[in-house]
Each structure stands twice: as C-alpha cells, then as structure tokens.
Design a protein around this ligand. Structure first.
Ligand code: GLC
Length: 544
C-alpha cells in the first residue's frame, strides 16, 4: 500500500527545464543539462520531479504551446534523451512527472493547420472552437488570461477561441477525437515509464454550451480584505472555468492510469479558489492531488495561514485526498520577494511597497519548515532551495513572456521567476552551461546564491532544505496524516502538533515568543537555533 500511495506524502521538485541546466551551450536548459544535475534533486531529498513541457513547440508561451505531444523539442534533446533521463531518475529513486497541456495546442499543431486550410464549416474546425463573430466583433466578451480578447479572426472571417495567447487555440473537448488523442498521448508516455502528469489549466477544458458572455463576473477576486480579515468571495458558475462536466474527462484519465502497474498519478493545476470546488477534482475516481494555490496566495500572517490550512484539510479530508502545499512556481513571483513586502496582500505578484529581501528570506526559510511539516505532500520550485528572489529588474528587451506584449506593456509577466539557476562561480552564467549567455540574463550578484557557494555552509538556505527534507523522511509523524493546532502561543504564532511527538511553531509576528516547554529543537529556520525565545519570522520543529 505504501508503495502504491507514494504520492500521498511526496515532495515533488519542479524542474523548469528551460532554466535548470544547459548541456549544449545555447543558453537554454535541456535534457542533457538536467541529466547532469539529477544528483542535485536526489541529494536534496525530493521524491519526484515534475518537468515543465519539453515537447516540440514554437515557444510562444515557453513550451505551453505544443505542436506535437509525443515527441521532444529538438532544443531540449531527443526522445532517447528523455528515456535515459527517466531511467536515470528511477535509478536514483526519483519518480518523473511530465506536464500535459490539454486545453489548447500550438497554432502550429497539424490539427490547427488543417483547420485553417479546410475553411469555415469544415469538420477539421470542429476540433477547436471556431465561431462566426457578431458583425465585426468577436463571438463573445471573453478575455485572454494574457490580456486582450480571447478571440482572433482568421482571413476567411471565422474567429477562434484562445483563453491564452492567439498561438494557443483552445480545443473542443466535446469532440471525441480530441479525447481519444489525449488518451493516446498519456499512454505514449506511461509506456515509457513516466510516473504521472501535471495537468495544465485542468479546470478550463469544458466551455458552457453557446459560449455566453461572461459579463461582470469575469475574474472575481478570490478573497477580499474586510477590516483586516480576508474573506472569501462566494463561488459563482463561470462559462469557461471549473465547469462540472470537466470531471468526466478526469474519471476517464484516472481509469487509464489505473491500468498501469504501478498506477500512474496526476496533479491538477486548477486555479479554483473554493476548497470545496477544488476537492471535487480529488474524488477517489479522479485526480490524485492538486496544487494548493490558496496556500501560495495567503499572506504571511498566522491567522490567515491557519484559516487556509484548516479549510484545505477539511475539504481534502472530505474526499479522502492528501493535501499538498506549494509556495512558488514558474507562473508566480518567487515567494522570497512576495514575503519581502511588509504590506503584503493576498496574491501571486509583487509590487507596491519596497522589498526587504532579508525579511523575505527569513520568512521563506520559516515557510519551508511550515510547508514540510503540514500533512500531505509538497511541491518545491527549482531555485527556492537557494533562496532565489524574483528578478524584478529584467531589462524590457529581455522579456519573453507573452503577457508583456498582450497587456500592452503594463504587466511584465512571469520571466522574473524563470531566470536560469546559478550553479557555481561568481559571474553569469554561474555554471548554467558551457555557453557564455543564458536565455534570460542572470543578476550580477547571484554568486553567493549558487549551489556550490551554499553547499556545506550550515547557515545556507540550501543546507536548510537538505536537512529539512532528510528529517522529514526520518520523522514518522510527517507526511500524510493529521495535525492538531495549538492555541497557547499567541495570535502571531501558528503552531500544531503531529503524533507521535512532533510540534511545528511558526512566529509570523515581529516580537520574540517563548518556545513551548519540553521537547528539543530538531531544526530551526534561524542560525543558531533558538533555545527559549523564537524570534519573529522564524519557525522551529520540536520533538519530544
Ligand atoms: C498554465 C501554465 C502557464 C501557461 C498557461 C497556458 O497556467 O502554468 O505557464 O502559460 O497554463 O498554458
């Protein structure tokens, strides 16, 4: 059973392949680079890696515009390289998850080319969402996540839907060929030993029949602040997010994954704000886990964190699924920089007040101890183990995220969390690869943050992660299970016990607080570890 359900406690390390390590010197990460650095992930103590899309792609959206789901982008390597990587990861006890992008293909995908060539009304257009416009206006008022309308008109007058970039046309999931083809893609990779998939925008596949206008409810805020308290905005049905019919697709996928031995697994990327709505994706015959973006967007305040954790635990328990916890990924500002804002509000971006990066790092170190002590699994984003901040000052000429263009240069997009990792040395490219440059420029002051610089330094963030992950494995109370909150340590303190004999204490305030009596500090986010007073923005693990 334990073997079968490894995912209930798994720590999964996200490899943003473009920025992990470069093997061939072109400045873009690739499979050879990843293979050469696999030991970093194994030594860190992760259980699995999730690799962002590595399929052939015009790279309009960094590989989330896929033109062939059953091959490898030549800039990343070959299918044989992928197979070697999977085998080498397995040799190290690491499982491998890939990223599947079912909502849309690339506009260079053969199906879309065929649809364009075949013309209005043709069956080839039925795999996508082509419609006539309203006179010269798009068929409805839907907006692209990246800015601008979600519709683009082609030369013959039809419009097609793209919830993201125009180079990412949405598929019509009512079409049987679409469903069959994705099932084939899952099998293709499962047959090659892949252990599971992260599902890109899992909540967007199904659109309301008739494609009605979305109107005012377009992007309702998930939480609103009322008198210093975060209050959840009520859930309302939406014409293209989180439609109930999407669950049929995942029931089919689950059945397919269960045909394998060992069964393969899924994690949903679903920006669904309501824990109850999110938990529907995790019913026993659907997906295994989902990213907990509610946790990611919760400000660094004990009461808010506790509320998020309680809601998460309750809703996941209702469907028997393990919760997961995540602080960063390739779509959000790095959490060191989010936490660096004293006036931090809920959300995934940075901005507003000035950054105090030392504060952000203290909180981030405390946050990883919290994250790894909570019941269930966790997702780590490459570079967070180095304490990397968001690169907020990338020159505009370097920006590549389509958000920058689509927003009319008002939103700089997500490049700041995608800067290639520093491995060694004191100047760019910091050992990223044999070439002189990297696809996004690295800051001049990242030398002390490199893997080599932090290795062996007991005060470093890298060693904190390594130690924490090692202790997590060795501590029976951690991973899947339950917790009991403590109320004895004051309003700025988040504390909970886990049986047998484990306590996590997080002080999100500014004043030191007394540590609970009894027990010994197993690990602290501060160096040296506190003995009787826990400073602000710090966390400890205590064992009996
Ligand atoms: C997901 C990905 C993001 C991508 C989008 C469209 O949110 O994480 O990077 O841009 O889907 O595929």
């Amino acid at each position: 059973m334990a073997q079968r359900e490894w995912w209930r406690s798994a720590v999964i390390y996200q490899v943003y392949i473009r920025s992990f390590a470069d093997g061939d010197g072109d400045g873009l990460g690739d499979i050879t680079g990843l293979r050469s650095r696999l030991d970093h992930i194994a030594d860190l103590g992760a259980d699995a890696l999730w690799i962002n899309p590595w399929y052939p792609s015009p790279m309009v959206d960094a590989g989330y515009d896929v033109s062939d789901y059953r091959a490898v982008e030549p800039r990343f390597g070959t299918l044989a390289d992928a197979e070697h990587l999977i085998a080498e990861a397995h040799d190290r006890g690491l499982r491998v998850l890939l990223d599947i992008v079912p909502n849309h293909t690339s506009s260079e995908h053969p199906w879309f080319r065929e649809a364009l060539a075949a013309g209005p009304g043709s069956p080839a257009r039925d795999r996508y969402l082509f419609r006539r416009g309203r006179d010269d206006l798009p068929p409805n008022d839907w907006r692209s996540v990246f800015g601008g309308p979600a519709w683009t008109r082609v030369a013959d007058g039809d419009w097609y839907l793209h919830l993201f970039d125009p180079a990412q046309p949405d598929l019509d999931w009512e079409h049987p060929e679409v469903r069959a083809d994705f099932a084939d893609t899952l099998r293709f990779w499962f047959d090659r030993g892949v252990d599971g998939f992260r599902i890109d925008v899992a909540h967007s596949l199904i659109k309301e029949p008739g494609l009605p206008d979305v109107g005012e409810q377009r992007y309702p805020p998930s939480r609103v602040e009322v008198e210093g308290q975060l209050v959840r905005a009520p859930w309302t049905a939406h014409p293209h997010w989180d439609r109930d019919e999407v669950h049929e697709v995942y029931r089919e996928w689950r059945a397919l994954a269960e045909e394998y031995d060992p069964p393969r697994i899924f994690v949903a990327e679903a920006w669904v704000d309501e824990p109850e709505r999110l938990s529907r994706y995790l019913r026993p015959d659907e997906l295994h886990t989902a990213f907990n973006f509610d946790y990611l967007t919760t400000p660094w305040r004990a009461a808010d964190l506790r509320r998020t954790i309680e809601e998460t635990l309750e809703e996941h328990a209702a469907v028997g699924a393990p919760p997961t916890w995540v602080l960063s990924n390739h779509d959000v500002a790095r959490h060191v920089s989010r936490y660096a804002r004293l006036e931090q509000v809920a959300g995934r971006g940075v901005g507003g007040s000035a950054a105090d990066l030392a504060l952000g790092l203290r909180r981030a170190r405390a946050a990883v101890l919290l994250t790894l002590a909570l019941p269930g699994g966790a997702y780590l984003y490459q570079g967070e183990e180095l304490g990397l901040p968001e690169v907020e000052d990338l020159p505009v000429e370097a920006l590549q995220d389509p958000t920058w263009q689509r927003s009319g240069h008002t939103d700089r997009g997500r490049d700041g969390c995608r800067v290639p990792l520093p491995w060694s040395g004191v100047a760019p490219p910091y050992g990223f690869g044999p070439g002189p440059a990297t696809w996004l420029p690295q800051p001049a002051d990242w030398g002390p943050l490199s893997v080599a610089a932090q290795t062996g330094d007991p005060a470093s963030t890298l060693e904190l992660y390594r130690t924490a992950l090692g202790l997590r494995r060795a501590t029976g109370a951690l991973g899947d299970g339950s917790l009991r909150f403590r109320d004895d340590l004051g309003p700025d303190v988040l504390a909970f016990d886990r049986a047998p004999g484990f306590t996590c204490v997080v002080n999100t305030g500014t004043e030191p607080v007394p540590l609970p009596a009894g027990g010994r500090v197993l690990l602290a986010s501060t160096v040296p570890a506190p003995t009787d007073l826990l400073p602000g923005d710090a966390a400890v693990w205590i064992v009996e």
